[in-house]
Design a protein around this ligand. Structure first.
Ligand SMILES: [Zn+2]
Length: 298
């Protein structure tokens, strides 16, 4: 499939040479959806229509804990979101052609399920040596639209892993020469998960403190997010491993966001069930994580 996207109102009529702007994303951990790098710190993610709608309609409180979504692509139509970054306001994407693969790397996911994409901020942008950790959040991962068989399968997966009891499961980790796959993450018990996470956060004290501040803010946001359910979402951590030589402010060296909203919901989203109150499963995950990190801060 080749997708040729044109914006109706071109600012300057310029077009990108796709071979110059699309690159396979090299820092991916977890998940099966291949990401593609776009210029200026953006990623192209093929997605289910639900996730695209979720970004378009996301409550403003959640925006602070999610990656910035600058544009959505539905079929051949590209639209910018109101609060896209200044770079996207100034240099809007025009006439981009999305091929099926780039440099031998697939752009669409395995099922080639959509011509829908979202353009997100790349959390690894300007990191010299990013440490990356993906923790699946919550005790339930299927959305309301899952078939009975799929729901049963995902519930069993939660029961068989740390998801059900701890509210987190390691879905991917990569730093220095360490790497843990989602399959290894599924096999972990609490002790192994705890030591893997402590190894990941074995960083400069300032970096750890900043990570804990950001986790606290995410927790506060979720405590006020009545009706939100982050089914199947992850906490994604990107931390500068080369702390000594990256001169950016500390705030920029520790990036933590909630990602993957294909099964997430909030009150009034599409025709989903209503879930009163806060997302206890996700909060359990954050509390587990804090418990693991408490020892490091002493
Ligand atoms: Zn942007």
């Amino acid at each position: 499939m080749v997708l040729n996207i044109k914006r109706a109102s071109s600012l300057d009529g310029s077009s990108f040479n796709v071979q110059d702007v699309l690159k396979p994303f090299v820092h991916q951990v977890g998940g099966h959806t291949p990401f593609t790098s776009l210029p200026n710190g953006h990623l192209l993610k093929p997605c289910h229509e639900r996730e695209l709608f979720f970004y378009q309609q996301m409550p403003s409180s959640l925006k602070s804990i999610a990656p910035l979504c600058c544009s959505t692509i539905q079929g051949t139509s590209l639209s910018s979101l109101m609060d896209c970054c200044t770079n996207c306001t100034e240099h809007q994407l025009e006439n981009i052609v999305i091929p099926e693969s780039i440099e031998g790397s697939s752009i669409l996911n395995k099922r080639k399920l959509s011509r829908n994409f979202i353009i997100l901020s790349d959390l690894t942008h300007r990191m010299k040596s990013p440490r990356i950790l993906d923790l699946k959040l919550g005790t339930r991962q299927h959305g309301d639209q899952a078939t009975a068989a799929k729901a049963a399968c995902m519930t069993a997966k939660c029961q068989a892993t740390t998801s059900a009891t701890l509210g987190i499961r390691l879905c991917g980790m990569k730093y220095d020469n360490n790497s843990i796959s989602k399959y290894e993450g599924r096999a972990m018990r609490e002790q192994e998960l705890c030591s893997a996470i402590r190894g990941f956060f074995n960083v400069h004290r300032e970096v750890l403190d900043e990570a804990r501040r950001k986790l606290k803010r995410i927790r506060e946001t979720l405590c006020e997010a009545d009706g939100v359910r982050l089914f199947g979402s992850s906490l994604l951590f990107v931390i500068e491993g080369d702390f000594e030589s990256n001169q950016q402010p500390i705030n920029d060296l520790v990036r933590i966001k909630v990602v993957d909203f294909a099964n997430a919901t909030f009150s009034g989203f599409l025709a989903d069930n209503l879930y009163p109150g806060i997302d206890d499963g996700s909060l359990l995950g954050l509390d587990t994580l804090n418990r693991f990190l408490d020892v490091l801060g002493e």
